[in-house]
Structure formats: C-alpha cells, structure tokens
Ligand binder design. Sequence first.
Ligand code: ADP
Ligand code: MG
Length: 627
Amino acid sequence: MIAFLKLLARNRLALAGGIVLSLVVLLALITPLLPLAEPNVTNTAARFQKPFTEGALLGTDHLGRDLLSRLMWGTRLSLAVGFAAAVVAATLGAAIGIVAGFYGGRTDNLIMRGVDMLMAFPYILLALAIVAALGPGLFNALIAVAAVNVPFFARNIRGITVGIAHKEFVDAARLAGLSNTRIILTEILPNVIPVIVIAMSTTIGWMILETAGLSFLGLGSQPPQADLGSMLGEARSALITNPHTSVVPGIMILIIVMSINLLGDGVRDALDPRLKSGALSRPMAATLVNRKDPVPAAEGKGLLEVQDLQTQFHVKDRVYRAVGGVSLHVKPGECLGVIGESGSGKSVTALSVMGLVASPPGVITGGAVRYAGEDLIGAPYRKLREMRGRNVAYIFQDPLATLHPLYKVGDQLIEAIRAHRPISKSEGQARAIELLKAVRIPNAEKRITDYPHEMSGGMRQRVGIAMALANDPDIIIADEPTTALDVTVQAQILSLLDDLRRSRGLAIVFITHDFGVVGQLCDRVAVMYAGRIVEEGPTQSVLETPTHPYTARLMACVPELGEGKRRLEAIPGLPPVVDKLPEGCAFADRCDRVQADCRQGKIDLEREGARAVRCIHPVTPLKEAAE
Ligand code: ADP
Ligand code: MG
C-alpha cells in the first residue's frame, strides 16, 4: 500500500489531481459545518448579483440565491451521486463479469448477449429512457447512470476473469476440492480487484458528467435542490447576460472531472505491475553509456574483442556491478564458452555487446567492445541497429518467448531478413525455406506456415537459430540456447551449431552453465563469477587441470555417465549480491581453500601462455597448468 502511494506520488499530474480532488471532497464533506447562506432561500430583489459583491462571494442566480452556497451543496450532491453510481455499476458489472467469465459456456453466452443488447443502445438515449420510465428525480438518475455503465464493467471484468479462470492456480484450487464460490471469492476476486479499481477510477468522472447531464436536462435533481448539472441548466437562459451563473458550476465540473481523470490515470499506472519495475519510463533504444576512464586501445585479438567491460545497474541509490571488468575475444570460426552460475553476469555481458541492456537501469560505465577493431560502445543507435542481426546475432534460451505467438515462423524469418535487406515476398519465402533446411528442420516447405506453438521445443530453437542466421552474421552470441531442451535435442542443436561454425566460419560466443556442453563445442572457455572472469583457457586444458577452485567445484557438479559411483558435489552457499561485493576474492566465502590474504586487496587475472586465473591459491599452479 505504501509502495503504491509512493509510486502514485511520483507521477506529478496524478499527485496534483489527487490533492485537488481531496480538497474538493473535503470541502463537500464539511459543507454543512460552514457558515454558508441557505442554498434554497430566494431573494428576487438581489438577483444576478456579480461575484465578489457584499454578502455573496460568487454572486447570486436568477432567483437571488447565493451561488457559493448552492455550489458547495451542489458539488456535495453531484459527487455523492456520481460516486454511488460508480460503486453500483462496478459491483453489479464485476459480479456479472466474474460469473460469466468463470462459468463460461452457455451461462457466459446468455449473460454476455444480454449485456451486448444493453450496449447496442446509444448510451444517453438508454439513460433517458430509463429515467423516463422511472420518472425524473436524482435517485432515478443515479439508477440510470449506473445501469448504462454496468455493461462496460461486465465486459471488462469478464475478459480478465476468462484469462484467470484457466490459470494453473485455479485448477489447483479445484483439485484441492474448493467450491466454486470459494474459488471465486479467494482466487479470482483478489486478482480482478485492481482491474475494478482501475476501471472505476477512470470512469467515475464520466459518470459525474452523465449525472450532471441528466440534471441539466431536468431529469435529475429537482428544483429547488441544486446539483452541478441543474445549476448549469437553470443558468442556461442567462448565459449571455449573466455568464457567471454558468461559469461557476462549469468550472467546478471541470475541476472535478479533470482531477479525477488525472488521479485515475495515475492509479492505473501505479497498479499495473508491468509498469512498476520500469517505473513508468520506456527503455532507451540502446544502453546508456557513461564512461569516465579512457577507452582501452585496440589489441586486435579477434573479430569481437571485449575489453574491460563494466556494466552496472543503477537502481535508486544502489549500484549493482553486474559486469565488473570483463575481457573476452573470439576469432572467426572459433567458439568461446562463457560459463558460470546463474547470476554471474553472463547475459548482461552478452547483451552489452550490442547495447541491448535495458536502460534505465543499465549503464555501461567502462571498457570497450570492438567489432573488427572499431569500438561499438556509445556508437549511434542507427549503427547499432544496422549491426544487430546482421553482424552480431543472438540466440536466446527460450524460443517460445522470443518468437511472436501470433505470426507464422516463416513470416517471422522473412521479417528478420527484410529488416536488413529489401527483398520480395517470394524471395523471402525461398530464403526462409533455405534457412529452415540449413538448421535441419524436416519438411521445411510445410513448416514455414506453422505457428510457434505448433512446434516442439527443439524445432523452435532451430527456428531461433535460423533467425540468427538469416542475415549471415559473423558472430553469434548464444545465451544458454540448450538449457530448456532435453539432452538428445541438446546434442543435436550443439552439433548443428558446430557444423554451422565450421561451414560458415562463424564466431560463436556460447553462454552456458554446463561444463558438459562446453566440452562438446567450445575451443576456449572463460569462467565467470560475480561479474568477473576468474579463469580462462583452451577447453581441453581447463578441463584437465582446472586452476581456480571455483572451476574445479563447477566441474565436480557435472554428472558423468558410466563413471561408476562418484559423489556429486554441490557448491554450498550462494554467489554474492553484486551491489556489495566483498573485498578481495568474491568466491572466498564459499571456497574450501580460502586463506586470510584472499580477503584483501584486488586480485588480478594472471596470465601464463593461453591460461589465465584470478586466484592466489590455485588448485594447480598456473605455470604447471599452462604447460
Ligand atoms: P546470468 O549469468 O545468469 O546470465 P545475468 O547476467 O542475467 O546473470 O545477471 C547478472 C547480475 O545482474 C545478477 O546479479 C542480477 O541480479 C543483476 N541484474 C540483472 N538485471 C538487473 C536489473 N534490471 N536490475 C538490477 N540488477 C540486475
Ligand atoms: Mg542469463
């Protein structure tokens, strides 16, 4: 609740709306206590007094009644009726919507067709008809306004309920033997209440306007009782000669409706969980760059050269050092494995290369990413966009999340190609089939018309790879592409990637947490821990003689078939949180070789030949391992 209010207060307009509305409501509440003139006492001798005259701050109307007093009492009435109508409409509408959405089938059909019929009438006409049938009067106007708004709530809430009623947690409640009523009250309702509140906060202003409209037409509040609508109605005949009688209630309506709508929008934004994390701001097209230190000079080590890359997340006053100075490089035709536990900064490193880390909160604070010698960090967005997919392509872990569920895979492939090259539809078609064949999807001609959900996980990941290949990139960054797949499919995907790199000379950066996978595919491997590289070297050499205790422990976690009984060793503890990294070695707390000097000062990455390690008490001395 506090968090919600904080979020709401951050939205200036909503805050202003909230303050104004609170003032108006407060005034309306204390109206009976204020020293105001009687609102309904006429005094024809003092009619049409201008505002700011003695004894009548806002002037008087055509019967000499005090406008300030009528305004206050009228506001009180209009707010009460509008609010009551909104509550009635929301309650009825939500109840109808939940029942229709939850039970579905015939119940749903029957209810929603009835609602549709109500919606088929023009809005105001329906309200007029209801008041005409019930007779004029404020209460009947309330009923009419509530009635015409019920369908809006019913439709809205039904849509949400249908979505929720098929979720797993509702099934679980059914399996637990809960009655339908209990499920509706304890599982469904809490999930739709935010939507009801949002719908209410954005329509309440509208309902106040409608009530005022009915009163304006003489169908709502009856003389001498004042509400804002009837005040406007009575002032109509004197609009030209004494405009203040119309302006006073008019401005009040404007203030009320504006403040309610501003607040309502703020409430909607604050309640929407998707907006909470991003704090109402759109991510930028490319990661923010704020480099203070000089950019390292090119060393020409490979096609892609990451030098001392530092990427941080600035969340409020905290700084998460997700990538704290990582250097990597790959040559054409080479596969570099990046391995580490979940949260070690592998994905952030990979995304930083093409400026894909979301900003805010992401900031690249140092280092360089060189493609063929040219630094890409801070490059103009146009350049990055041209290179994304064309020079450097990505494959992600979950193809179901990266493929658009509503487009056929063929169309998505064609779109990926056309993002960089203008080709005709039929050419695109042919190329898409070619790509699907290249990733060994059988019966490619037929499969291009499949939707992502019609394919198996392995096939989908092949489509993901085909999309990455669509523009013949030089580098593919694969971020755990096989983690969601079973071992047999994983092996197929790995051999496919291996073939592709050999036949096309691709450079691959392969991110994984599985040493087994690294052993099958990668020429070199870099081990990451807490945003840093802790060990690096040719795969074979690292597998045979790991030097960093972390690497050794990671390898002990890999089960081997047919190796007899070997105890699998889990690494106790968790990686450190990257906003307060310990001094010295980040692995010290979990390391079984830890000594006092591990926790002091900076520990550098030491190099010896092709091997490198960031440890002062390695498992095997680096010199020995490098031989
Ligand atoms: P992984 O190695 O599993 O791919 P990531 O690169 O995704 O790890 O994450 C590295 C670190 O960055 C993690 O500690 C994570 O908590 C942090 N991180 C990632 N995204 C954000 C974010 N938007 N805000 C704050 N911290 C983040
Ligand atoms: Mg990751």
